[in-house]
Design a protein around this ligand. Structure first.
Ligand code: PLP
Length: 429
């Protein structure tokens, strides 16, 4: 059937949702090879390279990385069923939609969740972690479970500070962190922060198509798994450990996605370097925020120390629906923006700036948003794209600022709300 001319869209689609992200041609080419025998010698090499490379991406030297042919939700489940038992208490934080979904899953597994309420504009409060754990003298809380980067809000929690709070409370709970939209975009340090289980997915900072997910388990988590009584078969770490030793999996792995993963590891660790990847993300995020401020719009995240380098969530002015706005942008500019999720539906749109992105892709995205705001009749000031370009042209300034930010994010002493706070409007959501 012939496509009507009016629906033809020339040029490339701009996929600027906060995941799945743009898959670089190099990775697409790497995936496009014949599937091999997953029990043969060639596969063993591939499996080992992926498992070892992922340890480096998580910044871990001990423990084990598990790779599942599944989306991130599967890896959430794997983290729970491998470490916990029915009736265990866990501490979770309502940072947004994904934290709320993970909590729903924990409850469905019969865990008793202490869910610390939040306003979807802040990250996990380390002081709340410390006080909750100090009160738990009997050590009934078995795990503290946080989302590192809340993809629904663009707020990044300070996991290094959460770890310090746990230490200050001298509490033995496991620390589980969802890094689905932070890994390979925002600095994450599995060993240094003594994270016990990190959960990740392929379709965001790793620049792969959806379909792979990960558990990065510490030695303490592996020990806990020996006594965990929640039922599991497909997700069982125990079943994986043996075959993984020689690069194999207990069931048919997603071979072609692993080809892609090997290429992504090469790009992230060796060609660009992880810390340069984090700098690039921070610089683009900062340019994005320059644009939003110039437009006179409001960033959802209220604490600059918790700004996300992966995405920016932006409040629409009262009376302007984000879904209709995104439709205008998609129809006119072939640019996909992220929807407002759950209670943010209608109110907030999100711009993903993670994964395989350069300055021109960012500026193209910003042009689409700025033109869309005008077409949709939103009250705003022009000049966002120009403000972002000014920032990007600073080059070295952007990179220097990035280094400071990454250091601050991992050093709690510097990460104060007040010191870095810039005046913002603050509407309830
Ligand atoms: N956690 C976070 C922070 C996410 O952003 C997502 C998805 O975007 C998920 C969990 C769920 O992952 P998936 O949709 O791959 O199952």
């Amino acid at each position: 059937m012939q496509t009507p001319l009016s629906t033809h869209r020339a040029g490339r689609h701009f996929l600027q949702i906060p995941g799945p992200t743009n898959v670089p041609d190099r990775i697409l080419r790497a995936v496009d090879f014949p599937t091999i025998d997953h029990r043969g010698p060639e596969f063993a090499k591939l499996g080992k390279e992926c498992l070892e490379g992922m340890m480096a991406i998580f910044k871990m030297t001990k423990g084990h990385v598990f790779i599942y042919p599944a989306s991130g939700t599967g890896a959430w489940e794997a983290a729970i069923v491998n470490t916990l038992s029915p009736g265990d208490c866990v501490l979770m934080f309502e940072t947004g939609h994904f934290a709320t979904l993970w909590r729903k899953m924990a409850t469905a597994f019969g865990l008793v969740v202490d869910f610390v309420r939040g306003d979807w504009r802040h990250g996990v409060d380390p002081a709340a972690v410390e006080s909750k754990l100090k009160k738990d003298r009997a050590h009934e809380i078995k795990a503290v479970m946080c989302v590192h980067n809340e993809t629904s809000t663009g707020v990044a929690s300070r996991i290094g500070e959460v770890r310090k709070a746990m230490d200050a409370a001298e509490h033995p709970a496991l620390l589980m962190v969802d890094t689905i939209s932070s890994l390979a975009s925002i600095d994450f340090r599995h060993d240094e922060w003594r994270v016990d289980v990190a959960v990740a997915g392929s379709q965001k900072g790793l620049m792969l198509p959806p379909g792979l997910s990960f558990n990065a388990a510490s030695e303490k988590a592996l020990a806990a798994s020996k006594n965990a009584r929640l039922p599991k078969t497909f997700w069982s770490w125990e079943e994986m450990l043996g075959p993984n030793k020689s690069g194999f999996f207990p069931y048919t792995p997603a071979t072609n996605l692993l080809y892609g993963l090997r290429e992504a590891i090469q790009m992230l660790l060796h060609d660009e370097g992880l810390d340069n990847v984090f700098d690039r993300h921070y610089r683009h995020a900062e340019a994005m925020r320059c644009a939003v401020r110039a437009w006179g719009l409001e960033i959802l995240c209220l604490n600059p120390a918790e700004y996300s380098s992966s995405l920016t969530a932006i409040l629409m002015p009262e009376g302007y629906d984000e879904a209709e706005f995104r439709k205008v942008v998609l129809d006119n500019f072939n640019l996909s923006l992220g929807a407002g999720l759950a209670k943010l539906a209608g109110k907030v749109f999100r711009i993903g700036h993670l994964g395989d992105l350069n300055d021109l892709m960012l500026c193209g995205t910003l042009c689409g948003v700025e033109m869309g705001l005008e077409l949709f009749g939103v009250p705003f000031q022009k000049g966002g794209v120009a403000a972002a370009m000014d920032f990007l042209a600073g080059g070295a300034t952007g990179r220097a600022a990035s280094h400071v930010q990454r250091t601050a994010a991992s050093s709690p002493e510097d990460g104060g709300d007040e010191k870095q706070r810039t005046p913002t409007l603050s509407s309830p959501v």
